[in-house]
Design a protein around this ligand. Structure first.
Ligand SMILES: Cc1cc2nc3c(=O)[nH]c(=O)nc-3n(C[C@H](O)[C@H](O)[C@H](O)COP(=O)(O)OP(=O)(O)OC[C@H]3O[C@@H](n4cnc5c(N)ncnc54)[C@H](O)[C@@H]3O)c2cc1C
Ligand code: SF4
Ligand code: SF4
Length: 1098
């Protein structure tokens, strides 16, 4: 389907290419073109380019056949032990085996320096062995980033503080061991990778996560481990707490902002849809703390530190000043730098620092040079941002044009003549996705059947007041009307501009922006198994954007990239190119290399653009820095690097690299290992939601290791070394990958392609259990005798509770901990908040008056096995079980309670499912479903389960649709059925709430907060995505909940509420306050409406 569309586009594209050429005054040359065929690699389209060649390239008539690679022109390649593929320069390189250490990727062999560094790391820097990782799983997993490159670090060190970095860098210098810093690893250009030592500041507990908001929020000081989105949430909370008039946010707004960290945002000079150039880190930076390679620190906010630095580092300072003087005296070079940074540019260093400041202000220059330096000049340990206002009034319009040139001209008009906030361009391929979206069709009906080269602009406008917003919208309308550009998705059916009105309702403009955000995942999800999704990021002066877009579309077509999407921040001339690419065969490698070389010529030479607008140079365009910047500026960059890091210790090979083929080396394989995870694009967006991120692996890392295991298992005739690596990885993965996965699926919530890594892990557990027949048989016996099991557990809890009272906490903890270890985590570890056995369920609850009066109010109540077994903990003032509280609520609201048949033996099946006992889980699930169908008279009555995760499990396993709309967990039931029947009053000042991950996945976070707020003045959300309890897993692997709940925030409250008894136990254990079911609070805070009214009258 897409191929057919591509050929239609091809015909239209031919017209546009030549019209673009005519506009540019370029001659059209013969077919075939300079890049029309692949050459023997390396050397295909060698980067000596020149404007003439590039022009010729772009003049190639469109719809020429995709590049066919001749077998005789295939490159030499090599695959390393990690599966990474490289294109090689020569036979000599192919057979080269390094004998001595060279500071080049693949040649950093251990000649004793790593051992010496490790020794000093422990003895001098004091980094404990528990934070040094050299095993085959952790190095591989932690080494993975979002780029399509693979380098495997020799060692990963989880760093904890600036102080530690100050000790480590001099050791690296002493032993000549290169180091690379790692924040969230969402970089796309290969700058966060190394085959040497990776210093990881992310997922190291609460380290590097401090902040201070200043005044009204117009400045904020942050550490590099905070996620960008978190910083904005901190600013939002600061505004609402201090009742400040203006909402501020940080300027940089990469689309990865909810995953990437300050360290990466600063070091890549990231930006996004609204920030443009003027609000990126370079322009909104106030101050910075920098650790240099010798371990010294400069705090630019501290006059004493500045003065000391000027003295102690006079050589560096004088060097920077000399370079600045040279640049400022060279008008041509200075103008080039100004021109390049007028648009988005992250290729090379931030040379604008050398022209934007007076030469007597070297600190200001050094501070700005750090921005976008990708960890090659120093470590950023703290940043102070001048924040920018987040105006409250917004509106967006989706304006369609019959061709992409007109759309880009529209962007240029808006940039030159208005103060518009964001303009995003969609090409025809992107529009095709809109055509299949019902909400989009409702809002922009004429996109259906748009012309083959149609394009659109998504325009956003913001204002401090409604009037301000209206004035800005009018300004945009006036400019577009005056432009004389055609509007409408079809040239033959022109539309007035008014057809694309600004939408003020957030529900409407959310549709536009959701489609925009969904464009990257679409390619990611639709690509063929075994290929990777590539995301290129180019920019050019906005008046050339149309031409560049057409040239790139033509290029993709000729090279057979039929799935390429082009879209991006048109206001800044910034275009994202998303397409799939395999690195499995020499043909695929050649196609990529040839296309990429042409891409660089089109962007850098023909359109004087940036090869990287936002994503950073990395290894990806390092060989093309000179093509983009010219020799003089590139030499300046090398000089800069030598001033800051003369020994090439800091992330060598990134930004500047002498290897002309570094961009086609160490390419990451993407084996099609399992349909559950093949779509993974390794973006890392899921990582911050994962409860095991601080102790073992994240979802991305689980998938990466799983795929690597698959790749190695697929190798026929493995060598002894390969077998040994496979065995070691498989063994470590059991604990790191499988045992410590909570299988809660919270990763899916942040995954752009909706992967639930927990499903993969459950499948692995299930496969294992299928082999372990005895265990499966035992599980089935437990399932068949569940009422006895539940009764026994209830009694056991009381026995343990008595033991706690008699013996005290210490011996019980010691005994249970020993048992836990001895049984391979089968016996749960005891904690002081372990519940007592729950009092028995009242099987004959009183018939409420309302029911007796004949009002048909019935509810089917299924107390989860966990609430039938577990009561409150020993130290809680509450002694009643959850079911007693819920029965009280039903009674107050006049509900007659119906229990499902066979309640004492019922279970949703989760405890079996999470362990991989699929058959037992299915059996219990279907038994319960049948009982609920009967009790609810096929869904006539609402069904309430008092434990959110169990309700989610029941919902996910339904086979009969009759119950689909009748199932409620407590909070949803309260919202739908009790608000009109009960009078609420606020009975607490401050409470903490933890919303279980299952509730978050069901989308009831807001409802949870609303119900809690009806019972208390101030409600603090713990903000922990998942506590890691996962049924009883957190009791059997207490380190999992320990790691997750170190981020728990109870804001000084003395009571906490949730809707899962096991999670509550764990939350209590890690906060020191009692967490209990929200129904306890609601029961205390409510009375029947009638009674309340009578009370008021009296
Ligand atoms: C799907 C997707 C969409 C994206 N969209 C955008 C976008 O819209 N705009 C955009 O600009 N980018 C985008 N990116 C790229 C990436 O998310 C950003 O560049 C991000 O800011 C990187 O941050 P990080 O925390 O992941 O850094 P990392 O990848 O961990 O590191 C980035 C670089 O900074 C260095 N570094 C990290 N911490 C420090 C420190 N404390 N001191 C010195 N050096 C350090 C590293 O060595 C590395 O060179 C996207 C990525 C993905 C996967
Ligand atoms: S699982 Fe999803 S979010 Fe995680 S790395 Fe893969 S694609 Fe990204
Ligand atoms: S299921 Fe949960 S624990 Fe497992 S990878 Fe996903 S978020 Fe992490």
């Amino acid at each position: 389907m897409r191929r057919r569309a591509a050929s239609v586009v091809g015909a239209r594209l031919g017209v546009l290419v030549s019209s673009a050429e005519q506009q540019a005054g370029l001659a059209t040359t013969s077919s075939g073109g300079l890049f029309g065929t692949a050459g023997r690699l390396p050397g295909a389209g060698a980067r000596v380019g020149g404007a003439g060649q590039a022009r010729a390239a772009a003049a190639v008539p469109a719809a020429t056949a995709a590049v066919k690679v001749q077998p005789s022109l295939l490159p030499l390649t090599r695959t390393d032990e990690f599966g990474a593929v490289s294109i090689l320069e020569s036979e000599a390189e192919a057979s080269f085996v390094p004998q001595t250490f060279e500071n080049v990727d693949g040649r950093r062999i251990e000649d004793g320096r790593y051992a010496a560094f490790t020794k000093d790391l422990t003895e001098v820097a004091g980094v404990p062995a528990t934070r040094q990782f050299t095993d085959k799983v952790r190095t591989f997993a932690y080494g993975t980033d979002a780029s399509f490159y693979r380098l495997n670090p020799k060692m990963v060190v989880k760093i904890h503080s600036e102080e530690e970095v100050r000790k480590i860098l001099p050791l690296a210098l002493k032993h000549q061991v290169p180091v690379t810093f790692r924040a969230a690893g969402t970089s796309l250009s290969g700058q966060a990778l190394t085959d040497s030592v990776l210093l990881k500041l992310s997922h190291t507990g609460r380290n590097f996560r401090s902040y201070t908001v200043h005044g009204d929020g117009s400045t904020i000081t942050v550490e590099p481990g905070l996620i960008g989105g978190e910083v904005n949430r901190i600013l939002a909370a600061h505004k609402s707490k201090g009742k400040h008039p203006v909402q501020y946010k940080i300027g940089p707004d990469p689309s990865s902002i909810d995953s990437c960290m300050v360290g990466g945002i600063v070091s890549n000079n990231s930006s996004g849809m609204c920030c443009g150039v003027s609000q990126n880190t370079y322009h909104t930076l106030k101050d910075m703390r920098i650790v240099f390679v010798d371990g010294s620190v400069l705090d630019t906010a501290d006059p004493a530190s500045r003065a000391a630095f000027l003295q102690s580092h006079s050589k560096l300072v004088e060097g920077v000043v000399a370079l600045a003087k040279r640049v400022q005296a060279d008008r041509q070079l200075a103008n080039l730098i100004r021109r390049k940074f007028a648009i988005k540019c992250t290729t090379g260093y931030s040379l604008n620092a050398l022209v934007d400041f007076h030469t007597d202000d070297p600190i200001e220059m050094i501070k700005r040079l750090m921005v976008g330096s990708e960890g090659t000049l120093g470590f950023v340990s703290q940043v102070t941002y001048n924040t920018v206002p987040e105006w409250p009034h917004k509106a967006s319009a989706f304006v369609v044009f019959p061709d992409v040139m007109s759309a880009c001209q529209g962007a240029s008009v808006l940039r030159d003549q208005t103060s518009v906030d964001a303009v995003e361009m969609f090409d025809r391929a992107s529009l095709r996705e809109c055509e299949s979206n019902e909400d989009m069709l409702r809002l922009v009906p004429d996109i259906k059947g748009a012309d083959p080269m149609a394009a659109s602009l998504l325009i956003e406008c913001r204002g401090s007041t409604e009037e301000d917003l209206a004035a800005r919208i009018e300004e945009i309308h006036a400019a577009l009307r005056k432009s004389g550009l055609p509007f409408g998705a079809k040239a033959a059916e022109p539309q007035p501009l008014e057809a694309y009105e600004f939408k003020h309702d957030p529900r409407d403009f959310k549709v536009f922006w959701d489609v925009r955000r969904g464009l990257i995942p679409i390619v990611g999800a639709a690509r063929k198994p075994g290929t990777s999704m590539l995301l290129e990021d180019v920019a050019c002066p906005v008046d050339k954007l149309g031409q560049m877009t057409v040239d790139l579309m033509d290029m993709f077509q000729r090279h057979g990239y039929d799935d390429a999407f082009l879209f991006g921040h048109a206001l800044e001339g910034n275009l994202h190119l998303v397409f799939s690419q395999g690195f499995r065969t020499p043909e695929e490698l050649t196609r990529f290399h040839t296309m990429f070389d042409e891409l660089c010529h089109i962007v850098a030479t023909k359109h004087s653009g940036s090869l990287k607008g936002e994503h950073g140079t990395g290894r990806n365009v390092a060989p093309y820095v000179e093509m983009e910047w010219g020799t003089k500026a590139t030499e300046l960059m090398w000089e800069l690097k030598e001033l800051f890091d003369p020994d090439y210790i800091l992330n060598p090979g990134v930004i500047l690299n002498k290897d002309p083929l570094v961009h086609v080396k160490n390419l990451k394989p993407s084996p099609a290992a399992n349909p559950l995870v093949n779509r993974c694009i390794e973006c890392g967006f899921c990582e911050s939601n994962c409860p095991s991120r601080d102790i073992t692996l994240t979802p991305r890392q689980r998938i990466a290791v799983y795929k690597e295991l698959f790749r190695m298992r697929s190798i026929e005739n493995r060598t002894a070394a390969q077998q040994q690596r496979l065995d070691e990885m498989a063994q470590i993965f059991e604990y790191d990958g499988q045992d410590t996965c909570a299988a809660d699926g919270m990763c899916q919530e942040k995954c752009p392609v909706k992967i639930n890594t927990g499903e993969l892990i459950k499948q692995l557990r299930s496969d294992e259990m299928a082999e372990a027949r005895r265990a499966s048989g035992l599980a089935m016996t437990v399932a068949n005798n569940f009422s006895t099991t539940a009764w026994a557990f209830n009694k056991l809890l009381n026995v343990v509770n008595v033991a706690h009272s008699v013996l005290g906490a210490t011996p019980i903890k010691a005994i249970s901990s020993a048992l836990n270890k001895a049984t391979g985590h089968m016996v749960p570890e005891w904690n002081p908040y372990m519940p007592k056995g729950a009092a028995p369920l009242n099987m004959n609850p009183p018939k409420p008056a309302a029911a007796e009066r004949g009002v048909p109010r019935k509810v089917v109540y299924v107390p989860a096995c966990v609430t039938r077994i577990m009561g409150p903990s020993k130290g809680d003032y509450e002694t009643a079980p959850v079911h007693e509280k819920l029965l009280s609520l039903f009674n107050k609201a006049g509900y007659e309670v119906v229990y499902p048949e066979g309640l004492s033996a019922s279970c949703c099946g989760m405890m079996f499912n999470s362990r991989g006992f699929k058959d037992a889980a299915a059996k219990k699930g279907s038994e319960l479903e049948a009982a609920l169908l009967k009790a609810s008279e096929n869904g006539k009555w609402p069904v309430v389960c008092d434990t959110s995760p169990c309700l989610a499990q029941i919902k996910s396993g339904l086979s009969d649709p009759a119950l689909r709309f009748s199932l409620y967990e407590p909070v949803e039931f309260i919202r739908h059925f009790l608000l009109d029947k009960l009078e609420f009053s606020k009975v607490r000042d401050n409470i903490a709430v933890h919303i279980p991950c299952s509730s978050k996945k069901m989308g009831i976070e807001e409802t949870f907060m609303k119900v809690a707020s009806m019972c208390a003045e101030n409600v603090v959300n713990t903000n922990v995505p998942c506590c890691g309890m996962a049924g009883d897993r957190g009791m059997r692997y207490p380190e999992l909940t320990g790691a997750s709940l170190q981020h728990l925030n109870v804001g000084g409250c003395s009571d906490g509420y949730s809707t899962s008894r096991t999670c509550e136990m764990s939350l209590s254990n890690h906060s020191g306050i009692n967490f209990r079911g929200l129904v306890y609070l609601v029961d205390e805070a409510t009375q029947p409406k009638a009674a309340a009214a009578a009370e008021k009258q009296a």
